[in-house]
Design a protein around this ligand. Structure first.
Ligand SMILES: [Zn+2]
Length: 238
């Protein structure tokens, strides 16, 4: 065993409370789910039903090349998320700041950070991560971080729209308004790729990264308007 690994393992043994001790994730395989169109969030009670709704919209409405089967790995706590999900080298910094990630077509979720939320409430998170899985399935070429995150956020917005839970125009309008209200704090689009993590963990990091990426991804498809908040301008401005 590598000496650095031994040190980390010993540190975990003595520093992490017993209830937070790293444990392997629960793996849930979603395969060939039935077409599912829940009318209200209360119609969804399980992870399988939530993923079936996400996959239904992606396949039937958005005509995306869906990933099927797909595995969702559920981690009981952040220590498990860090050690089994990402590996020892990332402990403990990275795993503290995000709830889920997708790698090699697998969705990893830290249940400690979802605070017992119902799967219906987490459907935008599931849809976002499923968007990443679709990207990985289509191509392994490196894409700009803002493009990947913008696409995943677009998938999440479109899923909520297709289910009738939140209109796509409303999601885009809200994001555009957030950008407009924080314009002086935004960076250039090209800088997003280099400084994504720094920006994400800074004050108003979600707006500087995910909201900006979402608007930039959506801008070409948005009808032109004369509004002063027009997202069409984002590509030129940032
Ligand atoms: Zn993402």
């Amino acid at each position: 065993m590598h000496s650095a690994t031994v040190i980390v393992a010993l540190a975990l043994t003595f520093l992490i409370p017993a209830c937070d001790f790293p444990r392997p994730p629960q793996a849930v395989t979603i395969a060939n789910p039935p077409i599912t169109r829940p009318v209200t969030p209360s119609d969804i009670t399980t992870l399988e039903e939530a993923m079936a709704a996400v996959i239904t919209v992606c396949r039937e409405d958005l005509h995306l090349p869906v990933v099927d089967p797909i595995q969702v790995l559920l981690y009981k706590n952040t220590a498990s998320f860090a050690s089994f999900g990402q590996g020892w080298r990332t402990l403990p910094i990275d795993s503290d700041t995000f709830t889920a990630f997708t790698q090699r077509g697998e969705i990893h979720i830290d249940l400690q950070k979802t605070h017992g939320e119902k799967w219906a409430t987490l459907i935008d998170l599931l849809a976002h991560e499923y968007g990443h899985a679709i990207q990985a399935g289509v191509s392994d070429r490196h894409m700009a971080r803002w493009f990947n995150e913008g696409f995943a956020s677009w998938v999440a917005a479109r899923v909520l729209d297709s289910l009738g839970w939140q209109g796509y125009a409303i999601a885009l309008e809200r994001a555009t308004l957030e950008l407009s209200n924080n314009r002086e704090q935004l960076t250039r689009l090209g800088d997003l790729d280099w400084h994504w993590e720094d920006l994400r963990t800074a004050s108003r990091g979600n707006i500087k990264t995910y909201v900006l990426a979402f608007c930039c991804y959506c801008a070409p498809y948005r009808p032109r308007r004369s509004s002063r908040n027009d997202a069409i301008h984002h590509k030129r401005r940032f």
